[in-house]
Design a binder for this molecule. Structure first.
Ligand SMILES: NC(=O)c1ccc[n+]([C@@H]2O[C@H](COP(=O)([O-])OP(=O)(O)OC[C@H]3O[C@@H](n4cnc5c(N)ncnc54)[C@H](OP(=O)(O)O)[C@@H]3O)[C@@H](O)[C@H]2O)c1
Length: 325
């Protein structure tokens, strides 16, 4: 497995997102034993970068990661996120990056993860009621105390990134980026390159859609996050199938799976980029990690760059309000 740096933090080029093991796409239920095996298999294959968050569950995903890492904590960079649960309550949308809430959140995450430090601690969404300077100031104190090692932001806009970075170096920004979600290319990625900040694409497989294995909305359980997502519903879903088919055709040409091609395209976008595909299955983590060795030709990259845009926004209206703020 190749490695890269997010600023000064060394990570495997391909990480593992653990959200779906407990949250969002759990469908008929969870299988913690297979999830733990998946984390172990990822580590055995050289993955050193795990991604979770306080809100996943809530809480149970961090607990699962903590259990999976017993005895192996030193082998990985553990990234988690705060700010979508207001522990004292009373915040609109539950967004809370107040210094007091960050202090409460970090103690809970440390305990659930069974560790004395978090390697990369992200603000999950920008909080319109706390200045980014105050939030990053609180995080800088946690760095000084050794509770966290690096600071990250998720779905932050360019001005917020600059202001945050002026208070304390930001190691990584994590936002949605994949063949069908290209928003960050215009305003966010140039700022990250300029400031030397790493980038972590989340949902790099388009929440599974780009893999070609999702062919009908009927595949989703009522609790599935995708059930109400604009791209996965109604006419948009049907139109987007053509996009998945195009990825499949290019994958056939490459001699790889669509998931691998979606990841290889992201890896070709720049050096300091480390996607975190999510899966709760051993076989799929093996498939995804193998994307590390795929080299796309200029012609294949060109074809992928020129795929038609997805039908529908990548989040519902309420969630879109929280993006690139
Ligand atoms: N910062 C944020 O706001 C934010 C938001 C969303 C996600 N994230 C992070 O990003 C990580 C990844 O994003 P994501 O899980 O939303 O989406 P994703 O990685 O694009 O896709 C995950 C989905 O694809 C399926 N899948 C994975 N590998 C596959 C393969 N090789 N073939 C077919 N299907 C495959 C998974 O199903 P199985 O599990 O059944 O294999 C799951 O349903 C999350 O785990 C989380 O840590 C962050």
């Amino acid at each position: 497995m190749k490695h890269t740096t997010l600023r000064d933090l060394d990570v495997s080029r391909i990480g593992l997102g653990t959200m779906g093991m407990s949250f969002g796409y759990t469908g008929a239920g969870t299988d913690d034993a297979e999830s733990v095996r998946t984390v172990h298999r990822a580590l055995d294959l050289g993955v050193t970068f795990l991604d979770t968050a306080e809100i996943y569950g809530p809480y149970v995903n961090e607990e699962l990661v903590g259990r999976a890492l017993k005895g192996r904590r030193d082998q990985v960079v553990v990234a988690t996120k705060f700010g979508m649960i207001s522990h004292a309550g009373g915040r609109p949308g539950n967004l809370d990056s107040s210094p007091a809430n960050i202090r409460t959140a970090v103690e809970g995450s440390l305990e659930r993860l069974g560790t004395d430090h978090i390697d990369l601690y992200y603000q999950h969404r920008v909080d319109p009621h706390t200045s980014i300077e105050d939030a990053v100031g609180a995080l800088a104190e946690l760095v000084a105390e050794g509770k966290i090692r690096h600071i990250g932001l998720s779905e932050a806009g360019p001005d917020t990134i600059r202001r945050a970075h002026a208070v304390h170096p930001v190691t990584a920004v994590q936002s949605e980026y994949s063949l069908w979600t290209r928003d960050v290319e215009e305003r966010v990625l140039p700022v990250l390159r300029e400031l030397g900040i790493g980038f972590v694409p989340y949902s790099p497989l388009g929440h599974g859609f780009l893999t070609g294995t999702i062919r009908s909305p009927e595949q989703f359980d009522d609790t599935d996050w995708r059930k109400n997502n604009p791209r996965f519903t109604g006419e948009n879903f049907q139109r987007n199938l053509a996009l998945a088919d195009k990825v499949q055709a290019i994958a056939a040409e490459v001699g790889a799976t669509p998931a691998q091609v979606a990841l290889a395209w992201l890896l070709a976008k720049g050096e300091h980029i480390a996607p975190i595909p999510g899966t709760k299955r051993v076989a799929r983590v093996e498939e995804n990690v193998a994307a590390d060795v795929i080299e796309l030709t200029a012609d294949q990259i060109d074809k992928l760059n020129n795929l038609p845009p997805a039908a529908g926004e990548h989040h519902d209206e309420e969630q879109m309000q929280m993006i690139e703020r």
